[in-house]
Design a protein around this ligand. Sequence first.
Ligand SMILES: Cc1cc2nc3c(=O)[nH]c(=O)nc-3n(C[C@H](O)[C@H](O)[C@H](O)COP(=O)(O)OP(=O)(O)OC[C@H]3O[C@@H](n4cnc5c(N)ncnc54)[C@H](O)[C@@H]3O)c2cc1C
Length: 498
Amino acid sequence: MSGLKMPEPQAATLFRRAEIVADMRIIVPGEGVVDSEEGMRVFESDGLTAYRQLPLVVVLPETVAQVSRILKYCHDRNIRVVPRGSGTSLSGGALPLKDAVLLVMSRFNRILEIDYANRVVVAQPGVTNLGITHAVEHQGFYYAPDPSSQIACSIGGNVAENSGGVHCLKYGLTANNVLGIEMVLMTGEVIRLGGKHLDAEGYDLLGLMTGSEGLLGVVTEVTVRILKKPETARALLIGFPTSEQGGQCVADIIGAGIIPGGMEMMDRPAIHAAEAFVQVGYPLDVEALLIVELDGPMAEVDHLIERVSEIATQNGCTTSRISTSDAERLAFWAGRKAAFPAVGRISPDYYCMDGTIPRKELPRVLAGMRELSEKYGLGVANVFHAGDGNLHPLILYDANKPGDLDKAEAFGSDILRLCVKVGGVLTGEHGVGVEKRDLMSEMFDESDLNQQIRVKCAFDPNHLLNPGKVFPQLHRCAELGRMHVHRGQVPFPELERF
Ligand SMILES: Cc1cc2nc3c(=O)[nH]c(=O)nc-3n(C[C@H](O)[C@H](O)[C@H](O)COP(=O)(O)OP(=O)(O)OC[C@H]3O[C@@H](n4cnc5c(N)ncnc54)[C@H](O)[C@@H]3O)c2cc1C
């Protein structure tokens, strides 16, 4: 696994593999246990395909009772567990471990309740994000957070990653749309947090679990808010000669008090790749392309379209088109939505990064990326959730060229360092996983990290759930707060660090 350091496999677990597989078959009878090499290959990686590893065994439970028994079994025998939804994580959150049970939640694929009166859907965690909208769209409702992977990613995975999408600028991330969950802790205990109501008493444990990347428990049920579809939606396609002008236009739109339903930016390489792929008439003579969608009542949308057009003109746009039909609006989006596969056509491999910056820093960060691109000799294409400052640079490389992957990873790390340096954060929506784990200390000092690890320890003191992900540190809770490095002498040198 290209230089990625993961926790040493536990020899005792590997030694007992046959016994563990047999016990899993008792807990999950039928076809829910996969232990053959070829069967497990399917699960060896997630969306961060640069890394792969066969798990100890793959288990696909169907009931909460089975999940509870599996976790209790593993807890009592000190066996590691990696939860997995659809395996689309781009940060390696669902990357298997050699000595861990891979707990795949895809058979939890039923909508349990649709409650229009309370405007909620109760779903099992393996239901796809888009599956929720499909279940309610005939009544004019939809589920707002819309990751580009929504056709495949699971709602349980969305909760674990606090996923976002184009519409999150106006309607919020997963955290703002999840009202309740059922979760199984590592001990096998089943807990419920929140419900159909808007707020829960006590600490915001639901907020804590949302974005916990499978480190605190396994989500077995999700209650989400659904929204009525807006009366209308129209989009503008606006081209600028410089990214500075595009970035300023975004700031001015938000500054004018307008919150578009979506506001996305692409740079020249991404525009060209997308246009070559979907041919929707993107202008090819601009440096930055903005797609701005306004949604709501017809009169309001018409008014806002005019306001945004004026702001774009004031910022020196050289092209501007307003959609006149829903088909045209969707065509504007088609290139953006296909940007990743489009870039896949111009480069054998690409590495998708995810960092967030204050909006006004965009030109500085894009300039920094151009310098880094020269330094590493690798191209980069940018798609950008402009409204909320979430960058997705796609670093172009060739995995078959020796050293290219290492260069792409170093380039990606430098981009994220730059994001932190300009006042941003390491991740926008893809999570930390293994990808950004070793950069956590760029953002948090030791006491910040220790405080986060204490939360982990409260739920999973033996670090059996998804170990090696998110935290770059010492993994025994008992030693927390006692680690002082004196003249380079690390205490507890016998303890595993990764
Ligand atoms: C082409 C593409 C486009 C993408 N676009 C976006 C985007 O626009 N916005 C965005 O936010 N993300 C995007 N992603 C990333 C990814 O789809 C999301 O992170 C998604 O939420 C992962 O869901 P999953 O079901 O695939 O989870 P997995 O990849 O299986 O797992 C992700 C993490 O969640 C944990 N997990 C999964 N299920 C559970 C559960 N039931 N209980 C506890 N922990 C669990 C895992 O341990 C892991 O840490 C994209 C990915 C791809 C491949």
